[in-house]
Design a protein around this ligand. Structure first.
Ligand code: HEM
Length: 378
């Protein structure tokens, strides 16, 4: 057991993650005992093979029989969340959430959303230019764009979207009531005049209004930070890799592969899970109830999973990165994030946008490090 507090690779500042020569040598074993920033003991799993296998192993999950006694990673209820004390109940609740949401992220639905996503991206590029150079890629582009896309997904009518985006932005500073009230009114309207939207379908399924509002909030929480971060890091990768940028401009069919590689290199959340039995992982015995930290970013950089993992390659196929997690935990919004990111990257390639200063960023276990400001010019 080490007394060092270990942060997961996902929590390293972006620059350290992307510039391996600045990082201390990582000779870490695929599984090691660590002390978390919350001061508790845990297992840190960073090997690609082990992380991937655990994501489909039902001997680890988000339940804990004694939540008050559990070890924590961040000491933050949003992150160190336990969904139930009973494992079967936790899995059933998780299954229900996925069942309710999955139909709204089908390939058909995403295909249908594509033209509208392009319109939203184009419109946001115009708004960015209107803000004048230098602008902030997050503030003037990514955040409003992603929020508008989430409105679109939920089924917020176009004429309400500016208002809804404004209310969503207030959530960042702790004002949740305005958005909850707006969704409450929208649900009443949708009950009277149902349509094909996600909120309307959830409302029609008989779920109480309160739960429908919670799901809408969950989608904003789950979708916003990760996608904004991904746009920033993808933009920086394009700016810093002129050869790949030129190749993409010459052949835009490579954009989907570029997006997968951006997703791999930019990394992801780090997932806290609890063992539900004694589990052998790479010759270590994890005990029932132990906290197991699945470091998706470290796994994405593991040479056992990827040849020359530090390189940004457009020919990496297959690219089995774990940025969207895997198995029953796979990000529900991944199909939408992928279509949006492909649209954003393809559009960026047609602009003169370039960085105008260093990325300012806030690290933290909850977010895995969020870009706060990214000055851009053109
Ligand atoms: C590049 C952007 C994104 C990344 C990297 C990402 C990553 C992830 C990861 C790693 C998880 C697993 C969390 C866990 O198991 O604890 C997850 C779950 C989830 N994500 Fe995403 N996400 C992204 C965008 C989105 C978007 C746009 C939405 C929807 C608007 C979304 C909705 C969800 C939901 C609902 C879950 C929970 C799934 C479940 O519990 O089974 N995500 N995401």
């Amino acid at each position: 057991m080490t007394d060092d507090r270990v942060l997961m690779a996902s929590d390293l500042p972006f620059e350290l993650r992307m510039c391996p020569h600045l990082r201390p040598p990582r000779e870490a074993p695929p599984v090691q005992r660590v002390r978390t920033p919350a001061g508790d003991e845990a297992w840190l799993v960073s090997g690609f093979t082990q992380v991937r296998a655990l994501l489909t192993d039902d001997r680890v999950g988000r339940s804990h029989p004694k939540p008050d006694e559990r070890a924590q990673y961040a000491g933050n209820p949003g992150y160190d969340q336990v969904t139930a004390t009973d494992h079967t109940m936790a899995d059933a609740l998780h299954g229900l959430l996925r069942e309710a949401l999955a139909p709204h992220f089908t390939a058909r639905r995403m295909l249908a959303m594509r033209p509208r996503l392009q319109e939203l991206v184009d419109d946001q590029v115009i708004r960015l230019h209107t803000a004048g150079a230098p602008a902030d890629l997050n503030e003037d582009f990514s955040i409003p764009l992603v929020l508008r896309v989430i409105c679109e997904l939920l089924g917020v009518p176009e004429e309400d979207q500016d208002q809804c985006v404004e209310l969503m932005r207030r959530v960042e500073s702790g004002d949740v009531m305005g958005l909850a009230a707006y969704f409450g009114q929208l649900i009443v309207r949708l009950r009277a005049e149902p349509d094909e939207s996600l909120l309307s379908k959830l409302t029609a399924s008989g779920a109480p209004d309160e739960q429908v509002v919670q799901v809408a909030m969950l989608l904003q929480f789950a979708g916003l930070g990760a996608t904004v971060k991904q746009i920033a890091y993808g933009f920086l990768l394009l700016a810093g890799n002129t050869e790949q940028r030129a190749a993409l401009q010459a052949n835009p069919d490579l954009v989907p592969d570029a997006v997968e590689e951006m997703l791999r290199l930019s990394g992801s959340l780090s997932l806290p899970r609890y063992a539900r039995a004694d589990v052998e992982i790479a010759n270590e015995t994890v005990r029932d109830g132990d906290l197991v930290l699945l470091d998706l970013t470290a796994a994405n950089y593991d040479p056992d999973g990827f040849d020359s993992p530090e390189d940004f390659r457009l020919d990496r196929t297959p690219n089995r990165h774990l940025t969207f997690s895997h198995g029953v935990w796979t990000c529900l919004g991944a199909p939408l994030a992928r279509v949006l990111l492909r649209t954003v990257v393809a559009t960026m390639l047609t602009t003169e946008l370039r960085p105008a200063g260093a990325l300012e960023h806030r690290s933290g276990p909850l977010t895995g490090g969020l870009p706060e400001k990214l000055p851009v010019t053109w």
